[in-house]
Ligand binder design. Structure first.
Ligand code: FEO
Ligand code: CA
Ligand code: CA
Ligand code: CA
Length: 653
């Protein structure tokens, strides 16, 4: 979701935080002064002028790799810069695979920025691509040149989609009824068949495998909260059928080849006054107040909490679906809890049980994992169909001494009883955040991606930032007050580094991998000491691992006022080059980088370039960039890109 640090978002920042944990506990820590202020310091007018002065399509500079340096990564590092266009390290090539508005389904019209409608968006590639994944074709193979690209469409930038809306987030509250319908269709996911011929990637326009899932696609509800009283609405008296998935941020997959997509800031879509419903307290805890970010609730009754007080409980889940079957009905897996799921990634524990890690991305929220009750069955795909409906959800407690305790969210255990208002496991899951509060989980600095390194078995937690942490609250796994650049933690399960990692264990250790910001400038910044002036990063969000176990970190919220764009950085996780981050790709202005995903041969990395042109003062008519088309009248278009090495070799080697 848009990061709170951008200028246009300051006005509404209170809304971003209303769901925040009201009582984060207070570990004692050292007082450290951070140097940078809020990075959006410019007023909108000045910002627009600054943007107009950004370089357009000029060559990016790279620096030669250090001879004999400690990193195993050999690409020439890019230099930090802010520009209208993007850049990738020398020797590599970036290709645009699919853009917002490109036709996905048969009968989809070609993109016309003056005709963005419900009908066109329902069949075209949606907006603001985030999580992406590559599923080889045929299923079960490791084909690296033919597969299904699965992409989340997290949210919409109304000011850049429609003409005449003005700038900033407020544009979202100006959408007409038909425009809100188009926005709903621009949400959800896309599945598109992709092929590599020679070194060139493209997508297959009319493939029968292509699919659009939108904010209105029928879904099934499964697990302990299915059919619960609070899941029932006028349109769905069973509490088992929901229309659509929203604010799909990051995601993950399962060992049996299905998609897990996280519903993150779903509070943004609901309007009306929670005080006029029976659920004011829980709505507040989840950030629903009488001030919707969007205009949907004025035009579509189910998003008005006064008209439909239970609809919001039907969002904030992890949704599973089979990308290989375009007819498959997506399933909301309630056993995994309801919160702002950044994503959901899996690891297989030594005994075959599947563990799904997920961060709740808000200041002072928690890291979770779900452990299936049974092992998965590698020989019978159908046997795993409902594996995610039974198991235990845990919230993380990160102790000062480096220990992690996983606290089970089980109805009837500890404080999760009728005395605290829980009558069932459904109640515990619908109010996951309050249950984790009662257990004493550790409030973190906005947990985004949580992903397992397949080589060392460690789990990497992207903690993107937390400007509100005070000195009294800093320490342990969240060591810095006013943590505007974020950090990356490692969770080390028992057996990590062997071939029997116990991801299901209720205890682990944690370690700090990096503390972001500029070394020598930002107090507490911590990397390998050879990290260059261009290798430091800010606001880690998503990550991926290549088959050598090196981490590739995508950022969201780089300090534009320091001349730095968001990007993709790579580092070794072990050996002499551990934590030596290097800049590989730089995004166009306003954009964050999401969904890094390698093909099985490491020869392609796909990236989602989200919200290009999301700068203060940027409008449809005068955007801060027209990336990637740079055609007159064409707004910026969120797109999936593929990066390959010009000589076809593995990325990073
Ligand atoms: Fe949608 Fe947490 O970023
Ligand atoms: Ca995002
Ligand atoms: Ca994210
Ligand atoms: Ca983010």
């Amino acid at each position: 979701m848009p990061d709170a640090q951008r200028t246009e978002e300051i006005d509404i920042e209170a809304l971003e935080d209303v769901g925040a944990n009201p009582d984060p506990r207070r570990p004692i820590g050292e007082v450290i002064a951070a140097r940078y202020g809020r990075r959006s310091l410019l007023a909108a007018g000045a910002a627009a002028a600054a943007i107009a002065a950004l370089p357009g399509d000029v060559p990016a500079q790279t620096v030669a790799p250090r001879e004999g340096g400690p990193s195993t990564l050999t690409f020439p590092e890019l230099r930090h810069r802010l520009a209208q266009t993007d850049a990738v390290a020398e020797g590599y090539e970036r290709q645009v695979v699919i853009r917002w508005g490109d036709p996905v389904l048969p009968g989809a019209p070609p993109f016309d920025p003056r005709a963005v409608t419900e009908a066109s968006q329902a069949k075209q590639f949606g907006y603001n691509c985030d999580y992406l994944d590559y599923f080889p074709l045929p299923m079960g193979s490791r084909t690296a040149d033919h597969g299904l690209l699965v992409v989340n469409h997290e949210y919409t930038n109304t000011n850049l989609i429609f003409p005449g809306m003005g700038s900033g987030r407020e544009a979202r509250t100006r959408s007409s009824g038909p425009q809100t319908r188009a926005e709903l269709m621009a949400h959800g996911l896309s599945v598109v068949e992709v092929k590599r011929e020679g070194n060139a990637w493209s997508y297959v326009k009319d493939s029968p495998r292509n699919r659009r899932i939108t904010g209105e696609t029928p879904m099934r509800v499964a697990g302990p909260a299915a059919g619960a009283e609070r899941m029932k609405t006028k349109d769905d008296p069973t509490g088992m059928r929901v229309l659509g998935t929203l604010n799909n941020c990051a995601g993950g997959n399962t060992p049996w080849g299905t998609v897990l997509t996280g519903e993150e800031n779903t509070n943004y879509y609901f309007g009306g006054d929670p005080a006029k419903t029976p659920h004011q307290a829980i709505m507040r805890r989840y950030g629903i107040v009488n001030a919707s970010l969007y205009n949907w609730w004025r035009h579509q009754d189910r998003f008005d909490v006064e008209k439909e007080p239970n609809e919001s409980f039907r969002f904030g889940w992890v949704v599973e679906f089979d990308p290989y079957d375009p007819e498959s009905v997506p399933v909301k897996r309630t056993a995994l809890g309801r919160f702002k799921h950044e994503g959901a990634t899996h690891a297989v524990s030594a005994d075959g049980r599947v563990v799904i890690y997920s961060g709740d991305d808000e200041r002072f929220e928690y890291v979770y994992k779900f452990v299936t009750a049974r092992p998965w069955n590698p020989n019978d795909r159908a046997a795993n169909r409902d594996l995610l409906d039974e198991g235990t959800l845990y919230a993380g407690k990160f102790l000062e001494d480096g220990k992690v305790e996983w606290l089970p969210l089980v109805f009837g255990q500890g404080p999760l009883t009728a005395a605290n208002g829980f009558a069932s496991q459904a109640d515990v899951l619908i109010e996951t955040r309050r249950a984790a509060d009662l257990l004493g989980a550790t409030p973190m600095d906005r947990p985004e991606d949580v992903e397992t390194n397949p080589v060392n078995g460690r789990v990497y937690v992207m903690l993107t930032n937390n400007s509100r942490r005070t000195a009294q609250q800093a320490g342990g796994a969240n060591p810095r007050p006013r943590n505007i650049h974020g950090h990356v933690l490692e969770i080390i399960p028992p057996g990590a580094g062997t071939d029997r990692v116990d991801h299901a264990a209720t205890e682990a250790r944690w370690a700090l991998f990096i503390a972001a910001g500029k070394p020598g400038i930002d107090a507490g910044a911590q990397y390998h000491r050879a990290t260059s002036d261009d290798g430091w990063l800010s606001c880690p969000d998503n990550c991926a691992f290549d088959s050598k176990g090196r981490i590739w970190i995508a950022t969201d919220g780089a300090p534009a006022n320091a001349g730095v764009a968001d990007g993709l950085y790579a580092a070794d996780t072990a050996g002499f080059g551990r934590a030596l981050t290097r800049l590989f790709y730089q995004a166009p202005t306003g954009a964050e980088v999401c969904g890094p995903r390698f093909t099985p041969d490491d020869r392609t990395i796909f990236l989602a370039i989200q919200h290009p042109g999301e700068d203060a003062g940027s409008t449809f008519e005068r955007p801060s960039t027209r990336w990637p088309d740079f055609a007159e009248g064409m707004p910026p278009r969120p797109s999936v890109i593929a990066i390959v090495r010009k000589d076809g070799g593995p990325i990073g080697d």
